[in-house]
Structure formats: C-alpha cells, structure tokens
Write a protein that binds this ligand. Structure first.
Ligand code: SAM
Length: 297
C-alpha cells in the first residue's frame, strides 16, 4: 500500500472532530495536526525502510501517517488512550501490513521483545511531557541497547538539557547520561502554537544516534548516582556535594579527582562529560558501599 491510500484519509483536524478527540491533559495530550511538521520529524529518521519503527503515543496519528508516507516498512504504535484506537485502525486499514497498534502504557511494554530481533529498531515520538524524560532514561540505560536511533520531541527546555555542554545552565545529569550513550543533536524547535491545544512552552526535536559500542560508557547506574549527588547541589563546590558519595565508596576526594584532572574546589558544571565518566569509572568505586578501609586486608 502506498501514500496514495493514506491521502484518502480525512485530514487530522477532521479526524479529531469525527472522533471527538478532546485533549486529556493528564496524558500530556497536545496534537500536531500540521503534516509539514510531522513530515519534518519523520524525515529525521530516514531511511525508514528496513527498520522497525516504534512510535510512542501516536494519538490521532499525525506522525504515524508521516512515517508511513516516508516509506516505513514496519511501524508499531503504542498508545494508552483507547479513544485513539479507531482513528489508528483507519490508518492501519490503508497501510497494508505496515502498521501494528499496541494498546497500553509504553512504560510497561518490553519493546525489544514485542518487536523481535528481525530488524533494527528506531524510536520516533512526540512524547507526552509528563513521562518523556523517564522513558528516555529507560531507553538510554537499557542493556543491551535495543535501538539504533531515536527521534524524540520534548519540551524545549528538556531538549536543551539533553544537548547541553559544560557551563550551560541546563548542563547536568540528563546531558551526561545522554551524551555517554549517544551523539545528541537538537534538530529543530517547534513553537507551542503548532499544537492543538497549544502547551505553555515550545518544544524541540532531538536526534539520538548511539555511539559505537566500545565508546559507550557502561556503568550508567554509577554515573547517574554520581551526577545526581554533584548536581543535586549545583552551586556548591564538589568537595562538599560529593563528600557523602566519596565516603560511601571509601574514596579519598583529592586522589580520586586527580584521576580525571579536576580539583575538588570546582563546581559540577565545570567538569566535562568525560571527566564525570572517569570519576564514575574509577576502579575504587567498585568497592562495595559501606566497606570501609579498616575492612580491607
Ligand atoms: N503523537 C501525537 C501527535 O504528535 O499529535 C500525540 C502526541 S501527545 C504529546 C502524547 C500522546 O502520548 C498522547 O496520545 C497520549 O495519549 C499518549 N500517552 C501518554 N502517556 C502514554 C504512555 N504512558 N504510554 C503510551 N502512550 C501515552
């Protein structure tokens, strides 16, 4: 089936009217009804043929249509709100066998198991604001990493935090985790007025391309714990904010910092992603917490 058949569908605005799809704020619903924008998002994930695309929260199906129009050969859309099952079924009916729909909470769907190993997996979504960051962290920390690319829309402020560099106001845990796994690029911004209903803030689309396996930082749990401690008190010098962490892992702060070329009087936003990785990867950290020096042989 080709895009000609997709063109036979009612427009997205008509679809919303026909199915009376008022937005449910609790589910973070803001719809993109402008097919130029959904098309622009889908094209960031090209080529779509040969991959299995998982779309989270298709809603009335704007991005779903754009993915299919751009020759996606397999799309699985996971939607929690059952009101969208009918319009999604209409898209499925004209898409050949290319669209599958899962009705459920994407946080509870084991994507790799559902989609199977046959094709590489790409994720595309205009994510619900309330759970978007949680989903991203789940996907970044998945072991093994089950996806080969993600094209995701977030609130602009979250997108800026993902791509932030040291010294930027948004630089913190999310940037360090994201950039330890992927090359992350803010592709374009989408103004609030492009959505129906418009949210309070603008959005932006981020493209995540996983780093080669040997360049990815592996101990993301430790990195998360470290960055949480460091940026939890971002105005403080690391000597103070990381004291409990150093104590927990039996580290001498000054020695530990020497391994990454930083000093304990610095503040967290001054350290690079690779310096945080060195701190988290420092071999002594693997000593089990609570094991104090007097326990050592
Ligand atoms: N993709 C559509 C668009 O661009 O017009 C809708 C985007 S809207 C921001 C987010 C969508 O995610 C809604 O359809 C909402 O029902 C759905 N959603 C919210 N939480 C979800 C969850 N936990 N699992 C699956 N879908 C969810």
């Amino acid at each position: 089936m080709d895009s000609h058949n997709l063109a036979s569908l009612p427009t997205l605005s008509e679809t919303v009217k026909i199915h009376r799809l008022g937005a449910n704020k609790k589910l973070g619903q803001h719809f993109l009804l402008d097919m130029n924008v959904t098309d622009q998002i889908a094209r960031l994930a090209l080529p779509l043929e040969g991959s299995h695309i998982v779309e989270i929260g298709p809603g009335p199906g704007g991005l779903t249509r754009a993915l299919l129009k751009n020759n996606a050969s397999a799309v699985t859309a996971i939607e929690m709100d059952d009101r969208f099952l009918a319009p999604l079924a209409d898209i499925k009916a004209v898409s050949g066998d290319r669209l599958s729909i899962i009705h459920g909470d994407a946080l509870n769907v084991h994507i790799a198991k559902e989609l199977g190993p046959d094709r590489p997996i790409k994720i595309a979504a205009n994510l619900p604001y309330n759970v978007g960051t949680k989903m991203l962290v789940n996907w970044l920390t998945a072991n093994p990493l089950f996806w080969t690319q993600a094209v995701l829309m977030f609130q602009k402020e979250v997108a800026q935090r993902i791509v932030a560099a040291p010294g930027d106001s948004g630089y913190g845990r999310l940037a360090i985790l994201s950039q330890s796994v992927c090359m992350c690029r803010l592709a374009f911004e989408v103004p609030a007025k492009s959505f129906s209903p418009p949210p309070k803030v603008d959005s932006a689309v981020v493209v995540f391309d996983p780093l080669p396996e040997d360049k990815r930082f592996k101990d993301l749990k430790k990195l998360g714990e470290l960055t949480q401690a460091a940026f939890g008190q971002r105005r403080k010098m690391l000597r103070k904010s990381l004291r409990p962490f150093a104590k927990k892992y039996d580290l001498v702060l000054e020695d530990w910092f020497e391994t990454c070329g930083a000093v304990v009087t610095q503040r967290p936003e001054e350290l690079s992603v690779s310096q945080f990785q060195k701190l988290a990867g420092y071999s002594s950290i693997t000593i089990s917490p609570s094991k104090s020096s007097k326990d050592k042989p």
